[in-house]
Design a protein around this ligand. Structure first.
Ligand code: F0G
Length: 464
């Protein structure tokens, strides 16, 4: 590998998807028409789409071959059994339930453990997981380590749970009131930051001490395993598959959006470790009414098949080295340009600190959204705000809340963009930084729906 200055793609391209590049004037018109909300853009008007790494991956030739192998039987399909074998091999759990995506898994599992008056604790909940905790009548408590809140401070495993704070929360509310502890790996909301094996072990010990079930929100579990192998003492020579096994051994159950590390465009899983758990019967019932019969769970046979294949491709060490290498490559370019991001870079993209880039723009004028719009105008790059614009208003007072971070997330789809694309992203950010002081104001909202407003709201630039 010594001849290579960076980690190159461990694949070549067999099928291409042409892209259009609009002019700056055209992009300015498109984003205005979209009310400065990037979710309102048509994807054909985007050149490099970094809105999400979810469901946006390129499947392999083996997966496309699997599309033809998919068994579309309603019950007991061959593809279902192939998926079960893969899951049992990789996770070692007693019961596996396919569902159509991650939030569907949350919907069928979380109400079995939560109810009014209960709490769920996490290192950091992802939005939909938090929403399902609240829909079940419970309250969500985040206990991420304090260092995660300082993007410029480099430290390994910034996604960890603050175990002391977690135990305090248990004692404060009473162990019988804590329905569930959820470890989100990697920690998406904190910047795709990993969780260490030691942290998983300690959280599991506290859960056992108080008799609280522990679940893993496993969307990016393979990337997390890669970070453990790279950065945690004692794991450098342990194969990724063994690291994954150990990670999952600490929990009782998991929900997974398979649209990330399992490299499929649609799919999800729920796993229960104990094959005799009474939860399984209830889970099956919830699944049958909401997702479909237990052997397909809302997925077609071809999707079960491609998921069974993608799970193995996602834990391949060469693939993971390249995958994390892409994020590192982009982050190194931002270091050169003096652009601050959640450091060290996490697994699924770069989370740029827009508050550091635009110190003159207050949180209520949405600095991260400003950077999203500028990146689109600059080069047709689509990203998303993970800051005060996404957070929304206090449900009691209606006042704009201030987020811990003002991140613009550059999420990297898997196996989709080349290094030339990443160079354009880095150069665009540097160009925006060079003129950042001239951007005096942010945006105000002219229309917003009552919940999850960032998907649909209309914005307008504030002028002098
Ligand atoms: N958990 C985590 C940590 C996630 O990042 C997501 C989705 C989900 C659960 C829900 O899964 O979308 O399959 O229903 N994250 C996407 C993102 C949408 O862009 O980060 P889903």
């Amino acid at each position: 590998m010594s001849a290579f200055k960076y980690i190159p793609e461990p694949f070549r391209i067999k099928s291409v998807e042409p892209l259009k590049i609009l002019t700056r004037e055209e992009r300015e018109a498109k984003i205005k028409e979209a009310h400065y909300n990037l979710f309102n853009l048509r994807s054909e008007d985007v050149y490099i789409d970094l809105l999400t790494d979810s469901g946006t991956a390129a499947m392999s030739s083996a997966q496309w071959a699997g599309v033809m192998q998919g068994d579309e039987s309603y019950a007991g399909a061959k593809s279902y059994y192939k998926l079960l074998d893969a899951c049992k091999d990789i996770f070692g759990y007693g019961y596996i339930q396919p569902v159509h995506q991650g939030r569907a898994g949350e919907k069928v599992l979380l109400p079995l453990l939560l109810e009014k008056g209960k709490f769920a604790i996490s290192n950091m909940f992802f939005d939909t997981t938090r929403a399902h905790v609240e829909l079940a009548g419970s309250r969500a408590i985040d206990c991420v380590v304090e260092i995660a809140k300082d993007p410029s401070k480099r430290a390994p495993f910034k996604g960890n749970m603050d175990v002391e704070r977690m135990e305090q929360a248990i004692l404060e509310h009473g162990a019988d009131k804590i329905g569930l502890v959820v470890m989100t790996i990697t920690n998406n909301a904190a910047g795709g930051q990993p969780v260490s094996m030691q942290n998983l072990r300690e959280v599991s010990q506290v859960c056992k001490k108080y008799g609280i079930p522990m679940s893993i929100d496993a969307a990016r579990y393979a990337e997390n395993a890669y970070f453990i192998q790279r950065d945690e003492a004692g794991y450098q020579n342990v194969p990724i598959k063994d690291i994954v096994r150990e990670m999952f051994s600490y929990a009782d159950m998991f929900t997974m959006s398979s649209k990330k590390d399992a490299i499929v465009n649609m799919g999800g899983l729920v796993g229960i470790k104990d094959p005799d758990s009474p939860l399984i019967l209830q889970l099956k019932a919830n699944c049958i009414v909401a997702e479909g019969f237990v052997t397909y769970g809302g997925l077609s046979g071809r999707e079960l098949e491609t998921l069974a294949i993608g799970l193995y491709e996602g834990v391949d060490e060469n693939y993971l080295r390249y995958r994390i290498g892409q994020a590192e490559y982009l982050a190194a370019k931002l270091d050169e340009a003096g652009i601050v991001y959640q450091a060290p870079v996490g697994g699924h993209g770069v989370f740029v600190d827009a508050a550091a880039l635009f110190p003159q723009i207050p949180y209520y004028e949405f600095p991260a959204q400003v950077l999203c719009v500028e990146l689109y105008k600059e080069a047709g790059i689509r990203t998303c705000d993970i800051g005060s614009y996404m957070l929304g208003n206090d449900p009691d007072t209606g006042k704009q809340l201030k987020a811990d971070f003002e991140f613009t997330r550059l999420a990297l789809p898997r196996r989709v963009y080349t290094q030339a694309h990443l160079d354009i992203v880095a150069d665009s950010l540097a160009a925006i930084k060079a003129r950042s002081a001239n951007i005096k104001h942010g945006y105000h909202i002219t229309w917003e729906p009552p919940i999850l407003r960032h998907f649909q709201a209309h914005l307008e630039p504030i002028s002098d």
